[in-house]
Design a protein. Structure first.
Ligand SMILES: *Cc1c(COP(=O)(O)O)cnc(C)c1O
Length: 358
């Protein structure tokens, strides 16, 4: 049998394992920060109609530049954004891959503040971009001084910021974004996958886009919109950044079906985003309840909560799984991450937590 090692694979890919959040068939799945609520029936019907309308024309390539969808996304984001400042792809993962293809690559580096989203270093690896593992400070926070010192030391071509940060959950102080923008010699990507769940008063980096041509804000329909299976992510940036990713994107990367489904979903955004308030209430309930039980818990502006288990997290992860609740072991010693879903899922999670040794 041929193994990977027998193939003339790139040296930098040898011995690597693929991204692999377990997709296990358990009653309560709270491990990938999906929206637990299914797509509402009227939206299912609208998406079905939109897809049906495309079928006859599938002999033709789709709009390469997805202009109508990008205009809809600009209208959703507000901030005076226009279609030339928006780009869309199959998930914000593909957006970030395209950004690294354009601004990273062999001989260049990208830097992120760990613990953060595990896909950022994997996207760097796949695009041949050197990865610089910078660190967060006390209680997983990140101050402007800590961020600037590490950017100054490494002078990366791309800086990843994540706000609200995955897996810790807390949004960044806008002063950190401003300080990094002032110091960074290259592009600054602010991954705002969870922006819709942020606590009141949280400021999006979208607000400072007009002043910063090297700033890119990435967003996704995978979380708040409950559209993870639809695969639609996007960015907002200077029009020149959109022109840069158009140099590296595959032609027709976004299928006619994806574009139509995403447009129908956006047209029903009130129905889809209607679950956000309920999810935020479960998030706040998990934080409060775990703190009341004596756990250390990170502040969360997202639809998940990072909590200390009081012992080995891999053992705790198995205990919760045995109780029918799948959470995420992000490899942080002593900590686990749980997605906030429905009230019943929170009940099941909190009940399963009673099984951990105290
Ligand atoms: C879930 C998540 C995404 C979403 O990726 P998609 O490709 O849009 O599904 C992006 N960034 C972070 C930090 C995430 O946690």
């Amino acid at each position: 049998m041929t193994t990977l090692d027998d193939l003339p694979i790139r040296d930098d890919l040898r011995g690597r394992t693929p991204y692999g959040a377990p997709q296990l068939d358990v009653p309560v799945r709270l491990n990938t920060n999906e929206n637990s609520y299914p797509v509402p029936e009227p939206v299912v019907e609208a998406i079905g109609k939109a897809l049906a309308a495309e079928l006859r024309d599938l002999n033709r390539y789709p709009d390469r530049d997805a202009v109508a969808l990008r205009a809809d996304l600009a209208a959703y984001l507000g901030h005076g954004l226009t279609v030339d400042r928006i780009w869309a792809a199959n998930g914000s993962n593909e957006i970030q891959q395209q950004l690294l293809q354009a601004f990273g690559g062999p001989g260049r580096t990208a830097l992120g503040f760990t613990p953060a989203y595990s896909m950022h270093p994997l996207l760097a690896l796949g695009t041949g971009t050197g990865w610089i593992r910078a660190v967060r400070g006390v209680d997983f926070g990140l101050t402007a001084d800590e961020a600037v010192a590490q950017v100054r030391a490494h002078r990366p071509d791309v800086v990843f910021l994540c706000s609200p940060n995955n897996p810790t959950g807390t949004a960044l102080d806008p002063a950190v974004v401003a300080a990094v923008l002032a110091e960074a010699p290259g592009m600054v990507i602010v991954d705002e996958a969870y922006a819709e769940f942020a606590r009141p008063g949280t400021v999006s980096a979208l607000a400072v886009l007009p002043d910063h041509p090297r700033l890119v804000v990435t967003r996704t329909m995978s979380k708040a919109f409950g559209f993870a299976g639809g695969r639609l992510g996007y960015l907002a940036a200077d029009p020149a950044v959109v022109q840069a990713v158009q140099l590296v994107r595959l032609p027709y990367h976004l299928s006619a079906l994806t574009q139509a489904a995403a447009r129908a979903a956006l047209a029903h955004r009130d129905a889809l985003l209607g679950t956000v308030t309920a999810i935020m209430a479960q998030r706040d309930r998990i934080v409060a309840e775990l703190r009341a039980r004596g756990h250390r818990v990170a502040d969360s502006d997202a639809n998940f909560v990072l909590f200390e288990v009081g012992g080995d997290q891999a053992t705790a992860w198995h205990t919760l799984l045995d109780a029918g609740v799948l959470v995420r072991d992000v490899g942080l010693p002593g900590w686990l991450r749980v997605t906030a879903g429905t009230p019943a899922e929170t009940d099941a999670f909190l009940a399963a937590m009673e099984k951990l040794p105290s």
